[in-house]
Design a binder for this molecule. Sequence first.
Ligand SMILES: NC(=O)c1ccc[n+]([C@@H]2O[C@H](COP(=O)([O-])OP(=O)(O)OC[C@H]3O[C@@H](n4cnc5c(N)ncnc54)[C@H](O)[C@@H]3O)[C@@H](O)[C@H]2O)c1
Length: 246
Amino acid sequence: MKDRRRLEGRVAVVTGGGRGIGRAIARLFAGEGARVTVWELAPPAERWWEEGRGEITMDEVDVTSAEAVRQAAARAVARHGRVDVLVNNAGCNLWHQPHLEDLAEEELQRLLEVNLHGAVRVTRALLPHLPADGRVINISSILATQGFPGQSAYAASKAGLEALTRVWARELGPRGITVNAVVLGFIDTEMNAGLTPELRRGVVARTALRRPGTPEDVARVCLFLASADAAFITGARLPVDGGLRL
Ligand SMILES: NC(=O)c1ccc[n+]([C@@H]2O[C@H](COP(=O)([O-])OP(=O)(O)OC[C@H]3O[C@@H](n4cnc5c(N)ncnc54)[C@H](O)[C@@H]3O)[C@@H](O)[C@H]2O)c1
């Protein structure tokens, strides 16, 4: 007999799930029985979310707008009554990797707004609707703890997100809600499309498994954290990096 699907009856919100890692998470969660709402700044022209057998709704939302997030939370709750699993995945980086002296004020603000404040805004909006076994999964990066030149803004935003993960795990633990961070190495998505071939080769050479990760590698770990199997894990940083951090 086939196993019961691991997220049967669960309701999930995945931010930035129009493409890349978020799309893989949304697809996998839906395939495992969840009803998924994707909050996406730029919904893609190709309506991939209508293809699967699972239920995925695409909602155009900018996580930097408190009002847009508030309205999206109201729509999600009106549709499904609650949200069991939130994946704070929306994120961006700077293609040109500016060192401190070249980092523009607007660039710093933009990255903090999307990667850090966005997660605060979204989590706060959905908090009243998370049940006792709710899950929050924050998508971080090994750059949060590595001093990689040209990554001031991104590193600060992800280090902040990991700090929030620990604080929220403490704050929400008494309600039964778990909060964890998935800490990614180099994953093949459009976010990295602008890297030079040399930089890409260098990162892969430093990865113990000698390959970039796939969005599906990440999605499977998020599925574990969202599932009943991870009920007693909270405040953790789970590396999904093929050994790049070592
Ligand atoms: N790809 C990697 O190597 C890597 C490594 C470490 C961490 N990450 C993190 O993984 C997450 C997903 O990244 P990805 O690689 O799939 O990149 P991606 O650029 O393919 O996807 C990011 C998605 O977030 C959306 N987004 C951006 N700003 C938004 C906003 N204001 N509101 C709503 N949606 C917004 C984008 O439109 C896009 O669909 C990000 O948080 C990223 O920082 C990626």
